[in-house]
Write a protein that binds this ligand. Sequence first.
Ligand code: HEC
Ligand code: HEC
Length: 178
Amino acid sequence: MFRAPTAPPRNAPTQKTPPQKTSTLKAPTLKALALFGLALLASPTLAWGQSAPASDKDQFLEECSACHLAFPANFLPMESWEVIMANLSDHFGEDASLSSDAMTAIEGYLIKHSARSKSRAFRGFDLATAPPLRITDLRWFKHEHDHEVSRAAKKRAGSMSNCQACHKAADRGYFDDD
Ligand code: HEC
Ligand code: HEC
């Protein structure tokens, strides 16, 4: 049977990370709070009306789902993500440019969760010079979809890149539902 290049992401991509514990309070304020026995309040920064900085994952989900599903990082190797992220101003005919901070954060997230470069899913590609830029170009993808997908379903989806048209839980990382 078919096996995805790596296990499907277990963590639901929509899951929120807890607020970070980095306190933005200045030391004297903390001391004052301790005096009043309120030191406990110092841990959740949110208690002070400030939101925690968006995590790399949140930035990825926000920016990379603006036009399509935020494709799970583990469908492509790091070499692919590097080239994709380096060419966002000319991204499949669209301008998907980001600030350099967002780019660094998102690229870091994608690389950290990328597929193993040695996976046989990428055999046939020279990763150093021409890594795959599409999941839909991978051999397993074609194999899995060429005969299973009716012409009508394909037409409805518009593009095979439109995973959610057929995989209702794609945004949670599940593709084996239908
Ligand atoms: C301004 C719109 C836009 C944004 C923002 C955007 N993309 Fe895309 N992306 C596209 C379009 C258009 C395609 C081509 C879809 C098609 O062929 O049907 C695409 C395709 C892709 C593909 C190939 C899908 C496949 O297998 O066919 C990947 C991978 C991808 N984008 C990653 C990203 C990442 C990572 C980000 C965030 C940094 C991002 N995209 C943000 C418009 C966008
Ligand atoms: C036009 C409908 C359609 C589109 C679009 C589509 N798929 Fe599929 N996909 C299917 C069908 C049908 C199957 C085979 C039945 C099954 O196993 O779910 C399948 C199978 C799969 C499988 C194997 C599931 C398993 O465990 O056997 C994966 C992984 C997958 N698709 C990922 C994707 C991704 C990622 C995208 C977008 C880049 C995508 N699909 C786009 C219809 C579609």
